[in-house]
Write a protein that binds this ligand. Structure first.
Ligand SMILES: NC(=O)c1ccc[n+]([C@@H]2O[C@H](COP(=O)([O-])OP(=O)(O)OC[C@H]3O[C@@H](n4cnc5c(N)ncnc54)[C@H](OP(=O)(O)O)[C@@H]3O)[C@@H](O)[C@H]2O)c1
Length: 252
């Protein structure tokens, strides 16, 4: 029987979008499991504070300035990229508006971050993993909006569908190098991205449509994250794990 093991000592992880929300949590969880964690985003002060917290708690974290939409920024962290065993493509943004009113700038910003950013980071890290010959695990943070639809989020939903499809194509192409690519599709978790919405009556009404009648807590993501990051998922690639309290089950 294969031992279930989420010990990540000796592994190096890189979490994008780690300056807040899910990404900051993922970095903390991976560090607690023993990984050295590079934490990347644009707000370097927030990253420095998180790195301090992780290091003070006995983990190992290093803040790196990163814009996932910018190839030159990714090139500037090539030293970190060359060491990565576990990549968490978490950086993401949203812009809400009716599709008829969505501006081209908003479309580009969201698609560049949520889809092109995943592509650029996956390509850079997978090239390095292939050159090292060590394999690795890439975890893309999708969304249930990449699977089902909602109003006002045309660009976000399209970008997340792209990220989930990219997960599967990358998995197909990279399996031969021992690189596994999987995704987590979270339901709704209260973070900077959506805090205002969940304080509104529309947000409260949405919570009632979640089968479990509650938003996710960040630690609801820990099991799926550690499963995909570790060899416990050694025969999984191209999988999408939905972590949504049963939200996708809501009746049509
Ligand atoms: N919260 C939810 O309910 C939920 C549900 C499903 C999926 N998700 C996904 O989970 C991920 C994290 O979202 P969150 O809720 O934690 O939101 P958040 O708190 O707003 O965090 C988003 C993170 O992405 C970073 N980021 C944005 N653009 C970036 C860029 N160009 N380069 C590098 N980093 C960038 C931000 O950092 P800087 O601004 O410092 O760069 C921030 O750290 C996103 O992919 C989101 O779509 C969230």
């Amino acid at each position: 029987m294969t031992k279930i093991n989420a010990d990540l000592h000796g592994k190096v992880a890189l979490v994008t979008g780690a300056s807040s929300g899910l990404g900051a949590h993922f970095a903390t969880v991976l560090a607690k499991a023993g990984a050295k964690v590079f934490i990347g985003a644009r707000r370097i002060e927030a990253l420095a504070a998180l790195a301090q917290d992780i290091n003070d708690a006995g983990g190992r974290a290093e803040a790196i300035s990163l814009d996932v939409t910018n190839p030159a920024s990714i090139e500037s962290i090539s030293d970190a990229v060359s060491q990565v065993d576990i990549l968490v493509n978490n950086a993401g943004i949203t812009r809400e508006s009716a599709m008829l009113d969505m501006s081209e700038d908003d479309w580009d910003a969201v698609v560049d971050t949520n889809a092109k950013g995943v592509f650029l980071m996956t390509q850079a890290v997978a090239r390095a993993m292939k050159a090292r010959g060590t394999g690795g695990s890439i975890i893309n943070i999708g969304s249930i909006l990449g699977i089902r639809q909602g109003g006002m989020v045309s660009t976000y939903a399209a970008s997340k569908a792209a990220a989930l499809q990219l997960t599967k194509v990358s998995a197909l192409e990279l399996a031969r190098y021992g690189i596994r690519v999987n995704a987590i599709a979270p339901g709704y978790f209260k973070t900077e991205m959506n805090a205002e919405f969940f304080e509104s009556s529309a947000g409260q009404a949405m919570v009632k449509r979640i089968s479990m009648r509650r938003l996710g807590n960040l630690d609801d993501l820990d099991g799926p994250l550690l499963l995909l990051a570790s060899d416990s998922s050694q025969y999984m690639t191209g999988s999408v794990i939905e972590v949504d309290g049963g939200h996708l089950l809501s009746t049509l």
